[in-house]
Unconditional design. Structure first.
Length: 64
């Protein structure tokens, strides 16, 4: 049984997760107001993996 990771399948997901986190953190930094404290959203984005970034974009941002 081969125990090596299947990098061609995992790498795009890791890159997507990193891109979403970076975009989410930049958006959070530029936002005037968000739902809840900004420090909480930083933790959710960083430690929530892909789901944390998606939650910020869906729930955390306030519409202008």
């Amino acid at each position: 049984m081969d125990s090596s990771l299947n990098w061609p399948l995992i790498l795009p997901i890791l890159i997507l997760q990193l891109v979403l986190a970076v975009i989410g953190l930049i958006s959070l930094y530029k936002a005037q107001e968000v739902r809840g404290p900004k420090w909480m959203w930083v933790l959710i984005i960083v430690f929530g993996n892909m789901l944390g970034s998606i939650l910020y974009f869906v729930i955390g941002r306030k519409d202008a």
